[in-house]
Design a protein around this ligand. Sequence first.
Ligand code: AMP
Length: 511
Amino acid sequence: MNLAHLFLRIARRDPDAPAVAVGAKTLWTYAELVARAAHLAAGLVDRLGCADGDRIAIVMENLPEYIEIELASWWAGLAIVPINAKLHPKELAWILANAEPRVCFASPKLARAVVEGGVPAGCRLIEVRSKDYEELFAAEPHAMRAVEPDRLAWLFYTSGTTGRPKGAMITHRNLRAMTYAYHMDVDAVAPRSALLHAAPLSHGSGCYVSPHAAVGSCHVVPESGGFDEAEVLELCRSWQRVHMFAAPTMVKRIVRAIEAGGPEPTGLATIIYGGAPMYLADLQRAHEVLGFRLAQLYGQGESPMCITALSKREHEAAAKAGRNDILQSAGTPQVVCEVIVADEEGRPLPPGEVGEVLVRGDSVVPGYWRNPEATRATMGSGWLRTGDLGSFDAAGYLTLKDRSKDLVISGGANIYPREVEEVLLTHPKVKEVSVIGLPDPEWGEKVVACVVAEPGTRAEELDAHCLAHIARFKRPKEYVFLDALPKSAYGKILKRELRARLLAERGEDQR
Ligand code: AMP
């Protein structure tokens, strides 16, 4: 079954349901969106010569056309390659050369960056809203192409903080599994809800498109094309039953904006957070300010949105029962995949022991685009190696520790940075923190806390705070006070960059 059926089903059942909006204003109903996609699909095939399996790159900030290009591509049996709008032209060019798309759609704002980086031979660059773009809709509409379940639907370039990005090959089967799991495990969405795309459609928010299309939600693209907490709060008053994905840093900003006197988000139904750890102190504050409107997802490009989840109901029950252990967990495995914690040989570990999180099931991608080596290393055993460390409790709740590469080994002891970060964040003067390991002649590695704190904060008071809450050997041996932490375009703290920066300042080589 072609994923585009999800949209077609709603266009038949509820044709007038709003499908795409900009800000508070509806642009297309489901009937209109599907009709446009059928025309655009024809344009792609008849006018631009696209054939089964070809790739369609998208280099755009969040614009309404994102949704119709995705749908038209699937409709025509083609795969989308959404590319992070904040990349450097050279990085864009690298992904385009690797994906070899037949067509690249760019927004008026980003078309120049694509040209600057270089458009690969055989790829036609089309600026949306241009005459060339509009002319594609003049073709006679096509019927939806049938596709086999393992047909490529989305080439998802991992954010990869080091090395070249890899294209995870997400299939129609993977996205369908994700769609069904979403409604069972994450958030049961009512028909005609609103999905607010404040996070990038190329990544976090883009994954929510199909589960929401399946029930006829309206895709609301903010006028700013991105995340602005004041705009989000306004839109949560203009729309009813608003659902949105937000990275933990975005949740924090929304919470702060309300605390600072921002409007109550009366129409907000759910914020789904994930993509990076949410610290307990931040979650508790979010509960106080927003009520029980948060759900958590743990996934990665290689098993999109599907590893574990903690629903709103579970957040509420855990908070009321004082079960901080559950609130700090990433929830339980989703219905479409098996999840284990394993040792280095891939042997399952019992509850309580920390190992790498492995996943298999219908949500897991078959491999990386044109990269058999990475495919073998990551999925060769039949299980997806996530590179995340975690442990299960007896009831099946998975607590993530850190990326295996971020673990600090000091004096032979394993120290999980997240545990130290959680403690430091409960200090009232600490705003942000990232704990890393740096080489140390005596200990092998030492724990270093990089802190964004109120002016005048002293290392001694933070040390005393750690001493009161965690084992002595886990305490940072050094504090580095910074104005800001380096973050990726998706708001994830770049630990490896932080580490490299500190090493360079100290004249030490990176290991
Ligand atoms: P990406 O493939 O870019 O979406 O990044 C996926 C990675 O983000 C995962 O492997 C985890 O390291 C991290 N991540 C995703 N969801 C969560 C979560 N709920 N809690 C903590 N880390 C997460």
